[in-house]
Write a protein that binds this ligand. Sequence first.
Ligand code: VGL
Ligand code: ZN
Length: 220
Amino acid sequence: MSNAIGRFAGPGSLGESDCLVVIDLQNDFMPSGALPVPDGDAVVPVINRLAEAFPHVVATQDWHPADHSSFASAHPGRGAFETIEAPYGPQTLWPDHCVQGTEGAALHNGFASARAELILRKGFRPDIDSYSAFTENDRKTPTGLAGYLRERGFKRLFFAGLATDYCVRWSVEDARTAGFEAVLIEDACRAIDLAGSLAAAMKAMADAGAMSSSVDALLG
Ligand code: VGL
Ligand code: ZN
């Protein structure tokens, strides 16, 4: 398998079976938020341009209860960014973030979310994290998004948002597993990059048969 993610040849034109999927463009992932993604706010205007150009847009929101099991604060003696063994496997512990109903969980108010036809919330089960927009971290529990997108007739999904190496990565991989074409719009994403996680994510997406593109390549 190749290490490099293949270049998407270009959309020709975007049509009814193309959907932009905007991942977790929320205050807590912005540089001043609880779980900051470096330069995360830089993608907001870029994603607005994409959202204008795409025929269809959906968005996700990380949406945790206050005592969520992915929070280091729920595990006395453990710190943020450590890995624990959850019942379903290894789980990174995070600072408290995207708590349901808080300002940190709100979509960035510069994001033109009016174009989103669906806003899907994930990570709301107290005992299971969900990086992916499709399947929770137990790798079994579906969010329902694949069924929704399939029923809408979408074939090609284009991914933008935060963070490249966690929620975008797992969403892209699961999109492939669910039978969609998946295109990572690389410069419309930013990474957390913990301990080589970005390189691992790029390899995993390549191996899954995802393609890479850029804002300019798509919008011309
Ligand atoms: C995310 C870590 C924890 C993400 C969400 O949106 O990439 N990362 N929760
Ligand atoms: Zn989270």
